[in-house]
Design a protein around this ligand. Structure first.
Ligand SMILES: [Zn+2]
Length: 1031
């Protein structure tokens, strides 16, 4: 949870982001009992806040158009029955600030303030401002109130992000007092930030000598955003999306990188940063969003008193995004990009996409129609584009800009392929166009249309625990451009209209025709350039050499002084006492119990949950594969990802895909490893199957599942070859962005069976294995292995099932499950627990360095912890949080990495950093944090850690997920109560003890780095490092 430059978050192409989720009756009990007040600030808040009635019992907002309160006027009131929302739109009288409140019974309340920010260069000004506003404000003048609040609150979410045309600051919490604590900090940060020059230099960019006070050493660019963006742009997908957007929207703000291009970031001046804030962060350019069961009157009053009343007049802010000057004929560009992390398909390195500028994104019905069209054309194996582009083998995957995107002022539609041979580029381009042409003549199969519409219906019913937060991202993209955000909430109405239009004529065909006739079309061809990164690094070095040689002695002195100043400031003890904080006594002492019923159907265990699921039944099954022969185990991830893709019984793979969409909320099959809560060496190895269906389709769901289990069509070498190619391509494209995950999995793999297996199933070992079998190309052998795994799991004595549904559907669901299970034998394959055998030859214990084409590093260092029920386990969890607090300062603030800390999971204590320009310095910081923790932990450190742990421990869960994690891991309510007691009663001495016990230098630890090629470390290979090129 960091302040994200999160294009991924904002530019997601999944239609269900806003249109597919619904909130139902979700009974949660408030986790907090009392309201302690400690500081005067908090006392003042309590008078404002009071203790509101919550959830269903809340006093519903009762406002009508024209009502005036706390400086606002109500301009629109609208109920959204399909979601049980009452919505209220208000305007601030003086400044014109826009306000949307959604009143509903959800206790996970959300606040967000969004500013329309439209930069005109790629210096990253909006993004650096987003970071810097969170570094101290008028009321909270300490360094970094935002990160401090993460530890002083029970928030369910805290973040900030910069999108191409707006900057958002959202948070979520279930707790009323916490809500106003966070609101106070957010309002002050955004409207009254200090924006000091040293924060600008820390977060944005600065010049520094490699050795701070040695002007003879190399001059360097430093800064958190500078490194964050280096990381973001060395991800091939991120890079492609960025180029595609910039080139389709010339002459607008979208032609620039709002996150910042490392080449341009150093050009941003401190004054420009302050000016940008003064221009755009004015209430007249702001959009407030509140959601949940807390009374809006309170919110309005608080916002008026603490922020808006200080603005005496409206401001003309020129943040309008102009329409793109339309082209009269298509254009094309050819660009280069950094290479993929592995060179497994040297002849298939090219990417090509076609994107078309569409219409204003304020027309919600148009957006929905285009989303459905995009699904019909592109998603899943039963679509024409998939067949023409991927199944034909022309491309290995879609480019990230494939699909319909209405997150920008004018929407766009794109299709592209990656993993293309050079000689096929032209053919790919023709194929995309001819496939659209053909669909515009033939239209789509009505069954397939129904299957897509069913996915929208399902998504709308599926209750989410974080709906309010999803709405923040979804509603504002058209709201900030003058659209009515409420319109997006009416999915049923829009779907009904869509059905009518489809029935009335060649609806989708016409839409495709419009796209094809649109001359504002861009073709991008991208080819990797192995030398690009080295060239860019050399260019940066040259720029720095140039700067260095031009410096006079006074400037040199200033650089040294500023570096020392910053370092000193970063090391200063902060007085954060004025920041509001929840007290530990406010955490509920009693663990909430999750009711369930355990039954047996024959010899199969069944756990039944009865929760309000809004008419959906959720089914899960865990199949024990501990006794599966070891040589087959390597194939389990492959088995899982292909399980739904091959076809089953009379259904070929295309028909099966449509049936799954038509009757279920999709299926999910995955390998699962869970460590015993009592013994780290005991591990359950499973295949996990889950699915869900609207109650009318329960029978269909089980019938499909039965077909897939009993009659999966594995024996199809051509299809298999094709799918393996796609799988490999997306795996390799993702290595850079998953660098930390690979490093951690590798580091933890030496400690336990779970770690070892995890490396085989999800780590670099899995990557290598997949590459090897693809290179070997013995498809019949692979098929034989998949069939053997399939045979093995057809044993009901290996299965444990769970069902979540409402009471009146329980019998039906059980009956269907029982019929499903009858298909399988009971072989009672002897159940053995796989104890971990520490092999004699664990290989080199030298730290491992895997070189990837990145410009920053991902570092992980792991130590062995204990099992869940061990009394030290809770202590190690708290210690990890405490160490993270220390490391945040060292690795992020001082080191300029995007993030770093310690996580405690599955009995492994993992130190980490990511998007990190450093290596030795970071590893040093890991060691120093351990030393520090052995006698310098404060009471405040402990409390901060407890709060942030309970923010997760008591995070809201959707009805479909309640009790499921505990069922899987074998954790009871009593064990959770015990853990809660231990976490709450922890003291500083215990932490010092476990630090000395588990993290002392005699203990074995494993270090893994995925990082930029490094000749120095390569030189130390086999001596101090184990150095490998991933290729
Ligand atoms: Zn950022």
């Amino acid at each position: 949870m960091l302040s994200l430059f999160s294009k991924g978050l904002v530019r997601g192409r999944v239609a269900s982001n806003t249109t597919g989720v619904n909130i139902g009756g979700r009974p949660t009990t408030s986790i907090i009992r009392s309201y302690a007040t400690t500081t005067s600030e908090q006392k003042q808040q309590q008078q404002v806040v009071g203790q509101s009635l919550r959830g269903k019992e809340r006093l519903k907002t009762n406002l009508k158009v024209g009502d005036k309160l706390h400086g606002f006027s109500v301009v629109n009131v609208q109920d959204v029955p399909e979601r049980q929302f009452n919505t209220f739109r208000l305007k601030h009288d003086v400044t014109g600030a826009d306000y949307l409140h959604i009143d509903c019974e959800d206790k996970n309340n959300v606040f967000a303030v969004t500013f329309k920010t439209t930069p005109f260069d790629s210096t990253g000004v909006a993004h650096i401002l987003e970071h810097t506003t969170l570094c101290g404000s008028k009321k909270y003048p300490m360094r970094d109130p935002f990160f401090n609040m993460l530890k002083r609150s029970l928030n369910t979410y805290m973040n900030a992000w910069t999108a191409p045309d707006h900057t958002s600051y959202p948070f979520g919490t279930q707790h009323e007092k916490d809500y106003y604590n966070l609101l106070s900090v957010y309002l002050d940060a955004t409207f009254f930030p200090l924006l000091t020059e040293s924060d600008f230099r820390q977060e944005g960019h600065r010049l520094e000598f490699e050795q701070l006070d040695n002007p003879e050493s190399k001059l360097k660019f430093k800064g958190i955003v500078f490194n964050e963006m280096k990381g973001a742009l060395s991800d091939p997908s991120g890079y492609f999306s960025e180029i595609a957007q910039q080139s389709l929207y010339p002459g607008t703000t979208y032609a620039h990188n709002s996150g910042g291009d490392p080449k341009d970031i150093p050009a941003l001046s401190y004054q420009q940063l302050k000016d940008f804030h003064a221009t755009y962060y004015h209430p007249s350019n702001a959009f407030f969003f509140t959601y949940g069961d807390l009374p809006v009157e309170q919110h309005l009053r608080y916002i008026e008193e603490n922020a808006l009343q200080h603005f005496k007049s409206p401001k003309q802010v020129d943040s309008k995004v102009n329409h793109v000057q339309r082209w009269d004929k298509p254009r094309r560009i050819t660009v280069t990009c950094p290479p993929s992390a592995m060179d497994v398909n040297p002849e298939r390195k090219h990417k090509l996409s076609i994107s078309i500028l569409h219409k204003d994104n304020t027309d919600i019905f148009e957006g929905l129609s285009m989303n459905v069209l995009s699904n019909l054309l592109i998603r899943g194996s039963n679509t024409p584009m998939y067949q023409a582009l991927l199944e034909s083998g022309l491309a290995l995957d879609y480019t990230p800009n494939t699909g319909f995107d209405d997150n920008l002022h004018e929407s766009s539609f794109g299709v592209g392929g990656t993993g293309i041979r050079k000689e096929d580029l032209e053919k790919v381009e023709q194929t995309i166009i001819s496939t659209m042409e053909k669909a515009s003549r033939d239209g789509f199969d009505s069954n397939v249309i129904e299957s897509i519409l069913h996915q929208y219906e399902f998504g709308q019913k599926d209750v989410s625990a974080s709906l309010g937060l999803k709405l923040v991202g979804g509603l504002q993209s058209n709201w900030i451009h003058g659209g009515n955000p409420i319109n997006r909430l009416f999915l049923n109405e829009n779907i009904a209209r869509l059905r009518k239009e489809i029935a009335a004529g060649p609806f989708f065909q016409n839409k495709l025709r419009q796209l094809l006739d649109n001359p504002h079309r861009l073709t991008i061809t991208m080819s990797p350039d192995d030398t690009q990164q080295a060239r860019e690094a050399a260019e940066e070095e040259n720029v720095l050499l140039g700067i260095k040689s031009s410096l006079d002695s006074k400037q040199v002195e200033t650089i040294v002084e500023q570096a020392k100043d910053l370092q000193q400031r970063q090391s200063q003890q902060q007085d954060v006492s004025s920041l509001p904080k929840l007290s530990i006594s406010e955490i509920e002492k009693k663990q909430q119990k999750t009711p369930f019923i355990d039954e047996k159907i024959g010899s199969t265990d069944l756990r039944l949950f009865d929760f309000p699921t809004n008419g959906i039944t959720y089914f899960r099954s865990m199949i024990d594969i501990s006794t599966l022969p070891e040589d087959l185990k390597m194939y389990v991830p492959l088995f899982c990802s292909l399980f739904e893709s091959m076809g089953a019984a009379e259904l070929d793979h295309k028909q099966l895909d449509t049936e799954i969409n038509l009757y279920t909320g999709r299926m999910n099959v995955s390998p699962m490893i869970s460590t015993s809560p009592f013994n780290l060496d005991l591990v359950a190895e499973r295949i996990y199957i889950k699915s869900a269906a609207i109650n009318r389709n329960i029978e269909k769901m089980f019938s499909l599942l039965k077909k897939m289990m009993l009659e999966n069509r594995w024996n199809n070498p051509d299809l298999l070859k094709n799918l393996l190619g796609q799988m490999q391509s997306s795996m390799i494209e993702g290595i850079t962005s998953s660098g930390l995950s690979y490093a951690r999995t590798y580091s933890s793999s030496q400690f336990s069976r779970a770690g070892q297996l995890s490396e085989k199933w999800h780590g670099l070992t899995h990557v290598k294995f997949t590459n090897d079998i693809i290179a070997k190309n013995d498809l019949n052998d692979i098929i034989a292995k998949l069939i053997a795994i399939n045979k093995f799991i057809l044993d009901r004595s290996l299965m444990r099932c769970s069902i979540t549904t409402e009471k009146d559907t329980t019998e039906l669901a059980k009956q269907q499950l029982s019929m499903f299970l009858q298909q399988f034998n009971e072989n009672h394959t002897s159940m053995v627990n796989n104890e971990f055998q520490k092999s004699d030859n664990t290989g080199s214990s030298l730290p491992h360095y895997f070189a990837i084409p990145a410009t920053v590093n991902y570092i992980s260092k792991s130590y062995q912890g204990v099992n869940y029920s061990h009394e030290d386990s809770a202590r190690l969890e708290v210690l990890s949080k405490v160490l993270s607090e220390y490391l945040h300062k060292e690795i992020r603030e001082k080191g300029g990495a995007y993030g770093g800390g310690v996580s405690y999971a599955s009995g492994s204590i993992g130190f980490y950093s990511y998007r990190d320009p450093n290596l030795a310095k970071t590893i040093n910081a890991f060691n120093e944090s351990i030393e520090w923790s052995q006698d310098k932990i404060t009471l405040e450190n402990v409390e901060n850690a407890q709060l942030s742990i309970f923010a997760d421990f008591d995070a809201p869960e959707s009805p479909s997920n309640k009790g499921v994690a505990e069922w899987m891991r074998g954790i009871t309510d009593e064990m959770k109560q015990q853990r809660r007691d231990r976490l709450l009663s922890i003291n500083k001495n215990q932490l010092e003890e476990v630090s000395a016990k588990y993290l002392n230098p005699q203990k074995t630890s494993y270090t893994t780095v995925l990082g930029k090629p490094d000749t120095e470390i390569k030189g130390l290979s086999n001596k101090e490092w184990e150095y490998k090129e991933l290729n």
